[in-house]
Design a protein around this ligand. Structure first.
Ligand SMILES: [Zn+2]
Ligand SMILES: [Zn+2]
Length: 264
């Protein structure tokens, strides 16, 4: 019983801590580290003194990083040296897609915490780990701006933040690129993708996105950011609109590529 009380106290303390930390500067961070020592979400190691918020450097670097064996046209894993069967049938409006890898294991756990448990710090750490990859470093060096996949305002209000927006802002700040947070808007809510067949899934999203009123991307090479890619339909429709706005090269960067149908 005593342990339970102590446990719940620690838990509420940690929740308050992470809420405070979300708004804290570096000096306050140092003080908070003393009062509430941070632990890695995956391995429980203390992460005080590391330039991370929720995931230790070791775990971040150990995330399944399978760029070499991912198809950069559709984002799906493929056998090394083999051509991906997607190329003949998938015609995406974006040029390439990059991620840590399949939506599974530790990566899934972290994305889940970021997406459904309001742990914004995890998303910001993941964005930093994406930037540390040699492969993606080149993508970011050649880009001229970052655009998040938009979320419907009501959904964003309900969740507290658009996770793609959090990622885009973190990536833009660290890479020194402009973030065009209002280049696109989601004007209508769509049906849950999981309830629909393949063709219906693509139709379902068509028309739900629009070019934002304060769009100023011009003729830039862009990075379109989202948390998870499922069918590719969302990124495809957003990329179509960015092309209409003048975008040249569009690389899609997501945390994970789902290999099965799930909620978009
Ligand atoms: Zn760890
Ligand atoms: Zn492919």
């Amino acid at each position: 019983m005593g342990q339970e009380v102590e446990g719940s106290f620690l838990k509420s303390g940690m929740m308050a801590h992470s809420a405070l930390r979300a708004h804290a500067g570096s000096v306050v961070d140092l003080l908070l580290d003393i009062v509430y020592p941070r632990e890695c979400l995956l391995c429980d190691a203390r992460i005080a003194g590391q330039p991370v918020r929720a995931v230790c450097l070791s775990c971040g670097q150990g995330l399944a990083w399978q760029q070499a064996s991912l198809c950069h046209h559709c984002g799906q894993p493929r056998d090394k040296g083999a051509s991906c069967p997607c190329s003949a049938e998938e015609k995406f409006a974006f040029d390439s897609v990059w991620s840590f890898g399949p939506y599974q294991g530790n990566l899934k756990k972290l994305v889940h915490a970021f997406k459904f448990q309001k742990n914004k710090a995890v998303g910001r750490d993941l964005a930093q780990f994406l930037l540390r990859s040699e492969t993606l470093g080149e993508i970011f060096r050649s880009a001229q701006g970052i655009v998040p996949v938009p979320m419907h305002p009501l959904k964003e209000k309900d969740r507290g933040y658009n996770q793609a927006g959090v990622l885009a802002k973190e990536l833009a700040g660290a890479a020194g690129l402009p973030c065009f947070g209002h280049a696109l808007v989601k004007s209508q809510t769509s049906l849950p993708q999981v309830e629909l067949g393949r063709d219906a899934r693509w139709q379902n999203l068509s028309g739900t996105f629009a070019i934002g009123a304060s769009n100023a991307i011009g003729r830039r090479d862009l990075i379109l950011v989202d948390d998870v890619m499922t069918t590719g339909a969302t990124a495809h429709h957003c990329a179509q609109l960015l092309r209409l706005s003048g975008a040249r090269h569009i690389a899609v960067v997501v945390l994970a590529r789902s290999t099965q149908i799930m909620l978009a």
